[in-house]
Design a protein. Sequence first.
Length: 141
Amino acid sequence: MKVAEILQAKGTKVFSITSDYTVYDALKAMGEKNIGALLVIEHQQLIGIISERDYARKIILKGKSSHDTLVKEIMTKEVISVSPSDNIDKCMELMSERHIRHLPVMQDGIVTGIISITDVVSAIIESQKETITLLHNYISQ
């Protein structure tokens, strides 16, 4: 299964913020949208990602205030991304090796979507269900 198939099923809606917003604003947006990360996009370019994990490790554990800290101060700047043609095995490998939960999907330097570990695991489960059904039907014949 390819990343494009996951995006086709879940949609390509991307929520983003700019780096000059406060971390509190980012958290509020994540809560309202029920998501765990926001892409940081400026001038149509992906410059970072901010996640709940960034907040926990870089604000809470360091005694900072989310109201006084800007997104650019804690965002992850080295964003790992995938393309629509990548397969889910590559995504799972990247997520496992890099300990990340979200992967922006890029095509020709433009963000075309974002997938989460939940999206990848769900796709794998669906694929396995289809394989089991096919095998069951084959054995039953």
